[in-house]
Write a protein that binds this ligand. Structure first.
Ligand code: ZN
Length: 421
């Protein structure tokens, strides 16, 4: 957009606001930062000031969920055996930035895998909170999956990263009028940015560094998507991992989340202003740091399905997942069939390796994401010990697959793998 055109729109908006918001006594900032990043790429949240204003009118005070609502929910969440609530620091106006720690109440044998989720950097994107709220509900439930997740992982969750913006009803900014999503590389550093960056650094220095970091937003449209970072701004290896993560996650909500290539960012280099930039520049492939965009639109909903997909996607990414397709299969935990495939994700073939303590030929079935068997193979050798079998999947479409390893008709392991192109 040309600067003059932008200024015309800017002043029309200020004028419109001035007419309609007589009672508005605080500063409502409008800056050019909203529309394009440092490379001239479009804003990932597709911000539209007019839509934001209308959504505030539709949803009510604080877009329907304010700081007082959060405080009430914190009281409720902290009654759970699996939740610890703490503040990681304060905002410009001295509101606490609250963090939930969710994990099993037992002491783990080895450090748990670490997942970090923060929501509502942009106050107007309240749907990012509703998805996060459903993630919390899943993590606190008593079903077997939730127990498995809590045993394996620790989730740190910030439901409201920008409490001042929420209270002031700024669509994008903190109390200083700064967008704390896209100013991680600017000085002076905003208090909220300093607090979260310090927390990330502290965890990265611990014996259980963050492996998945989700930055929850909602964009002004009617689709859900992840903001994919192109290999030009990251690496070929990371781009593969991103595709595996995104495609794996969306396989749990078919049609609900857009494919990995719906929104490609960093096509002309590494952007430096986002939380994801900080993770990439400091830790590269070690952290799957992504922005997720829900719908900032009256068509939004199905937050529970989205949360289900996200939690399962995270678990699979950490290689501790259970597959939805085989959730009713009686697979026995084994001392003898330690199975994994390498590489994973892969783009033509992969090698399944396992160890068996009994004598017998192994049957390997490969299933697609709807449970249809697409390949059947049997090992040539039957001795107890280590085995490997290469599977060629060149003829099959990209997507999520499952392999089932059985010996003597007894299912030994079911694992998930991802074919990418
Ligand atoms: Zn946003």
């Amino acid at each position: 957009m040309k600067k003059t055109a932008f200024l015309v729109i800017l002043f029309s908006l200020l004028f419109a606001f001035g007419l309609q918001s007589q009672g508005l006594n605080h500063f409502v900032p409008f800056t050019t930062d909203y529309t394009f990043d440092e490379f001239g790429n479009p804003d990932k949240c597709g911000y539209d000031a007019e839509l934001a204003k209308r959504l505030l009118e539709t949803l009510g005070d604080h877009w329907g969920y304010g700081y007082a609502d959060l405080l009430a929910d914190l009281q409720r969440w902290r009654t759970s055996l699996y939740v610890t609530v703490d503040s990681i620091g304060a905002s410009v106006q001295n509101r606490a930035i609250w963090e939930l720690t969710i994990t099993a109440s037992t002491t783990p044998v080895q450090p748990r895998r670490t997942v970090y989720i923060h929501a509502r950097t942009h106050p107007g994107e309240v749907q990012s909170f509703w998805v996060t709220d459903e993630i919390i509900n899943i993590l606190l439930s008593e079903d077997a999956f939730a127990q498995q997740v809590r045993e394996a992982c620790v989730f740190y969750i910030i439901p409201m990263y920008n409490p001042d913006g929420v209270e002031l009803e700024y669509p994008r900014e903190n109390a200083n009028g700064i967008d704390i999503e896209s100013n991680w590389n600017k000085s002076p550093v905003q208090p909220e940015v300093a607090v979260l960056r310090g927390r990330f650094q502290q965890l990265m220095n611990s014996d259980a560094p963050i492996e998945v970091a989700l930055n929850m937003h909602s964009a002004y449209g009617t689709v859900r998507y992840f903001v994919y970072h192109d290999a030009v701004g990251t690496s070929a290896e990371f781009a593969d991992l991103e595709r595996a993560f995104i495609e794996g996650t969306r396989s749990y909500f078919p049609g609900g989340i857009q494919p990995w290539n719906y929104f490609i960012s960093w096509k002309s280099g590494t952007a430096t202003q986002y939380p994801e930039s900080w993770f990439w520049l400091n830790f590269r492939e070690k952290v799957m740091a992504l922005t997720y965009e829900d719908m900032n639109n009256p068509a939004a909903g199905q937050y529970d399905r989205t949360a289900h997909a996200l939690v399962h996607g995270i678990m699979d990414y950490l290689n501790r997942g259970s597959s939805a397709v085989f959730s009713n299969t009686n697979t026995q935990p084994l001392d003898f069939a330690i199975a994994h495939n390498y590489p994973n994700p892969f783009n033509s073939g992969t090698t399944i390796q396992w160890r068996q303590s009994m004598i017998g030929q192994a049957d390997i079935g490969i299933y697609n994401s709807v449970g249809k068997k697409v390949i059947a193979a049997t090992s040539a050798e039957d001795f107890a010990g280590d085995h490997a079998l290469h599977i060629d999947m060149n003829h099959l479409p990209a997507g999520v697959y499952f392999y089932r390893l059985s010996i003597g008709g007894k299912a030994m392991a079911v694992k998930r793998m991802v074919l990418v192109r």
